[in-house]
Design a protein around this ligand. Structure first.
Ligand code: GLA
Length: 733
């Protein structure tokens, strides 16, 4: 039993292998949050709290005389609104009489076998009987607004998922102005926030700062989870390291605008609230209607590495779905950086021929194959083949590429439209634009109103036909601008606040229809690289193009930052040309391979311009990747160096779960004169086993490699790298 109700003390305790989570229903029906952290068993954690009269923190009417109870002080599972808790709110409402108040008190709870699902939204699923669900219902007696707090407990995986359902159990409409997924109070401790900021071409850079008494917000109002911030945060002990210390992860499975807010209160407790961004959001709940928030995936672990492992495992096994989520991924070649828009059948086929000779499994035809798409000013929306570039059509090209023994994949950008397109000329009202305003452009394109069924049906028609009529085994689904001018011509003025979220629901609906109808197709998410790298999208696409920056040295930062929350198998990663197209940097081919291999691996360069020597290296890389793929994708990932510290080298390691195999990767980014030896302590090995190391005559124990470390020879030259394989030998130390 991972969820236990103590009838006498009115305690609800959630237990996972290494963590406990506890809440308590008090005599007035308020739901207190008592504890989340390392395991405390069934201990009643209410002993940690005292009643006290805090001035200017008022009291509910039932205890106005004693004055020692205040909603402004007690840790709570979810907040009320406008009734005396002055901290961060997890909900905001406007009632039909204009009042802005809701006071939630316990009604009932239910413990169910299995994991709940969320209507219209992605949510973690279970494999076999591995999860239980707790639903706690609270209600505001005046308006009848109910909240149902859902908890999914994955005991063995140290994961607790949460989401909130708002249900109008009254008889007048209620407007939701804020509807968070999560409220988590951390009553004691000294906390840092670790979040992942960035920009196009440098996504998910870790930044760590103390949580203070001021409000700290991480989020996006771009209609996408964004390059600038990621819907994953870590709240960790100020002294926490990779190996030790309390670390809480909070990951929102949502691809739209989001918020994570943190604040330390007057008695130093920290509250975290996470969910859909409240900017431009409001949702009218008619009597009898529900609103469902996206899901938050919570985990607590001792150290950042253990926390990352919990998420890597969970995303691979309980978020990503379909044929490819655990399967080997094809090594692909994408023509984008080889040709950009200058493509025709000969150019594409020539590239495919070169690639097939080197052992590439899949050819991906990127942007430029459709409509009047000669540059990025036209064509989006017209999803039919450009006969000037591909006169014999797609089936013919695909057949030829299949004839080389390669599968075929294609690029699409469904939610976008160019003004210069037949689609826009026919349906200008399908693009977002506020009345009487000229919309803002991004990459000279507009955003389709995905809240509309007719828009989604059109797109579904285009892409289902594309996939039905062609032997396509992979789709790259792009999204190349931030959203604004959000206004739907299909909804009345008073419901325009719903559009920002309905846009995301519409996107999921289209994804769901296409991924369900074509289960054998591998979908890769993309948004100008990694602008939509989140667990919501990973539910539909098991890999996402990690960044448009393909420079291997930059990728050390980008993939390293991404690794805190997301597994290597989710990160689309390609070897590209030297000099690199984004930075002009020249990195040796083997180093480009080492870095790209720590991802869903592929190539993106003009093979006609590659030397024979480099081609031989590419062939070897592909063979090696096939041999190591299981270890790379399914192994436990260890960051051996801290990418925030700007060391002159970066190292990381994969270890198989049974600790029999390991791969150490090292890149020197800044060569040193008279270099000191590079000395690194390995991680995750079996201390009692002996390991054979390639190209080293010594057999070394796991304990020595982890406690004393391994010394690498000095490396001179630009961006040198190495990979070291370790194999456990049968004999014990
Ligand atoms: C985005 C993607 C690139 C490429 C281009 C095509 O920027 O991230 O990989 O597909 O669009 O326009």
């Amino acid at each position: 039993m991972s969820i236990v109700f103590d009838q006498q003390q009115k305690l609800l305790t959630l237990a996972t292998a290494n963590t406990s989570y506890q809440m308590m229903i008090d005599d007035l029906g308020f739901l207190h949050h008592l504890y989340y952290g390392s395991r405390t068993g069934m201990q009643d954690m209410s002993y940690q709290y005292y009643d006290f009269d805090y001035a200017f923190s008022g009291n509910p009417v039932e205890c106005r005389k004693e004055r020692t109870f205040s909603l402004d002080i007690i840790p709570q599972e979810f907040t009320s609104f406008g009734v005396g808790d002055y901290r961060l709110n997890s909900v905001a409402v406007i009632n039909s009489d204009g009042s802005r108040a809701a006071r939630f008190q316990y009604v009932s709870h239910e413990i169910r076998k299995g994991k709940y699902a969320i209507p219209e939204l992605p949510a973690a699923y279970e494999n076999g009987d591995e999860a239980e669900t707790l639903v706690v219902t609270l209600r505001d007696d005046v308006t009848g607004l109910m909240i149902r707090l859902y908890y999914g407990v994955f005991e063995k995986k140290d994961i607790i998922t949460r989401y909130t359902e708002f249900f109008n159990d009254g008889n007048a409409p209620i407007s939701l102005e804020k509807a968070a997924s999560l409220c988590l109070d951390l009553p004691y401790g000294n906390w840092d926030l670790l979040h992942f900021h960035g920009k196009h071409c440098l996504e998910r850079q870790p930044e760590r700062q103390p949580v203070g008494h001021c409000l700290t917000t991480v989020g996006s109002d771009r209609g996408m989870s964004s390059h600038q911030h990621n819907p994953f945060i870590i709240v960790c002990d100020h002294d926490a390291t990779e190996d030790h210390g309390d670390c809480y992860g909070m990951m929102l499975a949502y691809t739209g605008s989001f918020r994570a807010e943190l604040e330390q209160n007057q008695i130093n407790a920290v509250r975290v609230v996470m969910g859909i961004s409240e900017t431009a959001f409001s949702w009218t709940l008619q009597p009898g209607e529900s609103f469902h928030t996206p899901e938050v995936i919570l985990s607590h672990a001792d150290g950042l590495t253990a926390l990352s492992h919990n998420y890597h495992r969970f995303i691979r096994q309980n978020i990503c779905r379909g044929k490819y989520h655990l399967a080997k991924r094809p090594v692909l070649i994408n023509n984008w950086e080889a040709t950009y828009f200058n493509l025709d059948e000969d150019i594409i086929y020539g590239l495919a021929q070169e690639a097939s000779a080197l052992g590439v499994d899949l050819f991906v035809l990127d942007d430029g194959w459709f409509g009047a798409r000669y540059d990025d000013n036209a064509g989006l929306g017209d999803w039919f083949v450009n006969r000037k570039k591909l006169p014999n059509g797609l089936p013919h090209l695909i057949e030829k590429i299949n004839g080389l023994g390669m599968d075929f994949g294609i690029w699409i950008e469904p939610e976008m439209v160019n003004e210069d397109s037949d689609l826009y000329r026919t349906h200008p009202d399908w693009a977002f634009a506020s009345p009487n305003r000229t919309p803002n452009f991004g990459r000279n394109q507009l955003v389709l109103d995905m809240s509309r069924q007719d828009v989604r049906d059109y797109l579904y028609g285009c892409f289902s036909m594309l996939l039905r009529e062609n032997n396509i085994s992979y789709v790259k689904w792009d999204f190349n601008r931030s959203v604004c001018d959000i206004y739907s011509n299909a909804l009345p003025p008073e419901r325009q606040g719903e559009v920002v979220h309905r846009f995301v629901l519409g996107f999921y609906d289209l994804l769901d229809r296409l991924t369900s109808e074509f289960p054998d197709v591998l979908f890769e998410g993309c948004s100008g690289g990694g602008g939509r790298f989140d667990a919501g999208l990973l539910y539909y696409t098991p890999q996402i193009w990690c960044s448009d920056d393909t420079d291997a040295v930059e990728r050390l930062l980008i993939q390293g930052g991404t690794s805190y929350g997301y597994p290597v198998s989710a990160m689309g990663s390609h070897v590209s040309a030297a000099p690199n197209h984004q930075t002009g940097r020249i990195v040796p081919i083997d180093t480009r391979g080492v870095v790209a291999m720590s991802g869903a691996f592929g190539y993106e360069l003009d093979l006609k311009k590659v030397s024979d020597e480099d081609k031989r290296e590419i062939k070897d890389q592909i063979e090696q990747y096939h041999q190591d793929e299981e270890l790379i994708h399914q192994g436990l990932y260890y960051r051996l160096t801290d990418i925030t510290k700007k060391l002159h080298y970066t190292a990381w390691q994969m270890v198989s779960e049974d600790r029999s195999k390991s791969l150490v990767n090292l890149v020197v980014t800044d060569p040193q004169p008279n270099p000191a030896p590079l000395h690194i302590r390995l991680k995750g090995l079996d201390p009692n086993a002996l390991y054979e190391i390639d190209e080293d005559e010594h057999i070394i124990s796991g304990a020595a490699l982890m406690n004393a470390g391994y010394t690498f020879p000095p490396m001179m030259g630009d961006y040198r790298s190495l990979q070291m394989h370790l194999h456990r030998m049968k004999n014990e130390v």
